[in-house]
Design a protein around this ligand. Structure first.
Ligand code: FAD
Length: 331
């Protein structure tokens, strides 16, 4: 089957896991549409895997875009080297202007290497697009969200990783579905092989119904100090204790409590961030909260840009005083 990729187009790399298209793929399509408004050209979606015909058809139907399903028996499980090899092979004949990839663990794994192979520019963590003096600029956070940088590309092809949560999902497509093309490829054995992928065990914890979330970040210092966060949650009705990724990576909490782009996206009425810097990957999971209170010793912490109440204090001294005052009010 012929290669449907057009030179100078916008290509979206779909992300999927265990037979399901990940929601971030629809955000990428929305991002590609925003890019198309300032750089009119075609949009094509690529989906790679062992058996992706069904996913390609469903994407073409839901987005209205043309989809190329790349079938490779070696792509049963995600492998960064295989992705880079296949994508380079498929894209090099008709180099697109932009390749849009999710700024997820997977996207961050293969996008820079793909750009290297293609001789392309790579701009990571993009959260918005603007046009300044006729030039397309891509904005991203740097220094943990404290500074915003506008970047321009001077390459013919640019690989962009797009921050999840920056663009809403594609609106429902009422038009006819896009065309589906399928292409079989053989990937030569890679230097590394993915033997297995296992989804984390999920629990009954339903973060979507928690009206108050008390969230702990690395600023709590050590696992024992989590008790203070639990004490605060215990006096707030319908509240749940969650955390930022380092707290989960350190083994202080289970993964089902991680808030952020690679954890849960939460929208409680009240989100209390304790010792959390507010990196874009965490903010992407909680910025839709109704009211945000943050406790942080650093007055320049990025979390304060999102917060309704900013408390510049050491949480180890502030929370006990707060609990004391709340107890006094109850009595
Ligand atoms: C692909 C990718 C995906 C990611 N996904 C996620 C995700 O889903 N969720 C997530 O959270 N992160 C995620 N991250 C990590 C993210 O980039 C940040 O590293 C992380 O969010 C930082 O966590 P933190 O704010 O707890 O820690 P830090 O950035 O270390 O911040 C700790 C904060 O605590 C403050 N502090 C220190 N001591 C005290 C004290 N005594 N009292 C009050 N404040 C104090 C400090 O001033 C600082 O602001 C991801 C990263 C990548 C690359």
């Amino acid at each position: 089957m012929r290669n449907m990729i057009q030179s100078g187009s916008i290509v979206v790399i779909a992300e999927h896991f265990q037979g399901e298209i990940r929601p971030v793929t629809h955000e990428l399509v929305r991002f590609a549409e925003a890019l198309q408004e300032v750089r009119p050209t075609g949009i094509q979606i690529l989906v790679l895997g062992e058996k992706v015909e069904g996913l390609a058809k469903s994407l073409a139907k839901t987005t209205g875009k043309d989809v190329l399903g790349i079938l490779a028996p070696q792509l049963t499980r995600y492998n960064g080297q295989a992705y880079k090899t296949v994508l380079h092979e498929v894209l090099r004949e008709h180099p697109p202007a932009y390749v849009c990839v999710a700024h997820s663990s997977r996207g961050s794994d293969f996008a820079p290497g793909l750009a290297m192979r293609m001789g392309a520019a790579c701009i990571t963590g993009v959260s918005s697009i603007s046009v300044q003096e006729g030039v397309i600029c891509f904005s991203r956070d740097i220094y943990g969200g404290k500074i915003n940088a506008d970047m321009v590309s001077s390459s013919k092809t640019t690989v962009l990783t797009v921050q999840p949560g920056s663009y809403g999902p594609t609106p429902k497509n009422d038009q006819a579905g896009g065309k589906v093309y399928l292409k079989s490829v053989v990937v030569v054995p890679q230097a590394s092989t993915t033997l297995s992928t296992t989804a984390f065990q999920t629990s009954d914890l339903d973060l979507s119904i928690a009206r108050i979330i008390v969230s702990a970040g690395r600023g709590i210092g050590e696992a024992e100090n989590l008790q203070l966060i639990r004490n605060l949650a215990s006096v707030l009705p319908r509240s749940v204790v969650c955390g930022s990724r380092p707290v989960i990576d350190l083994g202080w909490m289970t993964y089902d409590r991680q808030v952020g782009i690679t954890g849960a996206i939460v929208t409680p009425d009240l989100y209390i961030a304790c010792g959390i810097s507010g990196a874009a990957q965490h903010a992407g999971g909680m910025k839709g909260s109704g009211f945000i209170v943050s406790i942080n010793t650093d007055p320049m912490a990025a979390i304060f840009n999102l917060s309704d109440i900013c408390i510049v204090e050491d949480l180890m001294t502030f929370i006990p005083v707060l609990l004391e005052k709340m107890a006094e009010q109850r009595n």
